[in-house]
Write a protein of this length. Sequence first.
Length: 542
Amino acid sequence: MALSLQRLVLLTLASASSVTGQLNPLFFQQAPRNQRRAALPKECPNGMPNAGVDLPSPLPTGLQQALEGLQTLLNSTVDPSFPALSGKPQAAALQLDYRGQKLMNAFVGDKDPKAKSGPPDETTIFRIGSISKVFAVLMLYQLFDRGVVSSLDDPLSKYAPDFKMPNVFSNSERKFTLRQLSSQLSGMQRELPCNFYKCNLTTKEILERFKDSPGAQLPEFTQPSYSNAAYALLGNILADYIQVPFDDYVVQHILQPLGMHSTGFVFTDEVERQMAKPYSNRTFIPNHDLGYNAPAGQMYSNIKDLMTLGRYYLGISGHLFDDGLRRELLMPGFLWRDGTFLQGAPWEIQQLKENWSMVGKGGNVNGHSAVFGLIPALNLSFAALWTGPFDETSFVAEAYESILPEFVPALTSQAPAPHTPEDPSKYVGTYDMTDPISGTVEIDVVYEKLPSGKSALRIFPLPGAPNGWLNFHTATTATAGTNGMDFQGGGCFPEMAGAVQNLWLVFDLAEDGGVTSFEMPGLFYGVKFVKQDHDVGSQVVV
C-alpha cells in the first residue's frame, strides 16, 4: 500500500527523535484528539505574503477611500486655534509608504498658530522624544558588527568598570547586559538619579550617584519595565568607550550614511526656524537639552527623514551593518500575557487585527509627540508627528487597522503565479520511491489553476499543505510553498515543524529533456522519486 508523504515524514522524524531525544512528531496526529483549546486557529495565517509587487493602478476605490480617511483621522487630533483651550496638539504631519514609496501623506493644523504660519510639510521639524532610543540601539548593533562590542550579552560593566548596581531579585551573574538594556528587559529603574530635563552630568558622576541606589526593580528577562536610564547609560557608556560623543557618533555613522540630514541633537537657529512651535495655552514651550539623557529622548527629525529610516529597516535602501542583524532587530524579545503587545529593541510591538505585527516606537517630550511604525511583512512604513501631548501608540494602531482591510486584498490581487518551466507538461505525473521500512510512497505533480485563475505546477501530498505550488528557479530546481495562502496544517506549530515552506526539489532530466525523477535534499537526501508511466488524474493542462 502506498503511504502519503505526510505519513512518511512523520515516520522519518519519529525514527530520528528516538535517537536525538527530540519531540516525537507523531504528536501532530494526536492533536485533534487532544482538543487542547477549541479557540486555537485551524489555519496558520500566511507569514510570507508577497510584498514585493506593485499595487494595482489605479488603486481600488476602497483603498483610496481608506487612505483619504487617514487625513480625516489626523485632522481630528489637532486644534490650530490660538490659544488652543482644547489642549489638543496644534499641528501634525503623517506619511504612509509602501516599499519605500509614498501611499499618502497629510499635514494639518498650524506649525506656529500664534503667527498663523499655516500647516507643516514633510520638511517641518518636530522633536521625536523616545524614538531617539532607536539610534542608541543602532549604535550598539553597529559596534557589535564591527567587533568593537564583543557580544550583545556583555555586561555593561565590561565597558564601564565603575558601573555597579545590585539586583536583590536576581541570582544571575549576567545582569545589566547590553541586550537587556536595549530591550527594556534589564529590570533597571525608569530614570537616572538626575533631573530628566537638566541632567548635565558625566558618566563618572552618574555612576557615583548609582552607588546610593537600592538597585533594580525586577529580575532580568521577566517583564519589560520602561527605563530611560538604560538607554542613557547604553549610549553614553559605549560613546565613552570609543571616545566619541554619542551625538557625534550617531550623526557621522548613522544619520549621514542614511541621508537623514534634517535629524539631529543640537537646536541651532536654523533648526529652530524649521521647527513646528508648541504652546501651552499662550505660553511657548521651548526646547530643552536633555544632557546625559540625550540617547533616551533628545533628538528631532521630520517626516521625510523618518520615512528614510523606514526604508532602511525594511531593507529597501541604506546600509549600517550586516543585513541579518537588521532583520534580527525587528524581532520581539518578550510577549505580554494579553497576547497583543510584545517588546523589542527598543520596539513596542502591537498585534493588530488579522494578526499583523506592527513594529513601532512612540516618543513624548515636552511640547512634542511622535510615532514610527513598520509592518515588515507588508513592506509598510508609517510616521506621525505632533506639537503637543498625544496618545501616539493607539493612533498608529488605529491608522494601520483602518487601511489594512483594503490594502491586503489589493496587495494579494497582485501576487504573481509561481514561475513554471517552458513546458510544464513534462513534469506532470506520478513519482514514487520504495523504502524497506516505509514501503512505497507516491507523490503527484499536476498542472492546475490557482484561486487567482492563473495556472502552475502543484505537488501533493505535501505535509500539512495541500497546496504545494512549485516555483521554478531553473529547469531542474524548484521550491514548494503555499503561494500566499493560509497553511492548512492545524495552526502555526505544524508549519514550523514540517519545514516545507520553500522546500527545495531537484529534478533529473533525460537527454531528450524529459523529466525522469526528483529529489528533496532537505527532507530525503539521496532518495529518488522516480516518474511512473501511468497518468495522474485531475490534471488541468492549459
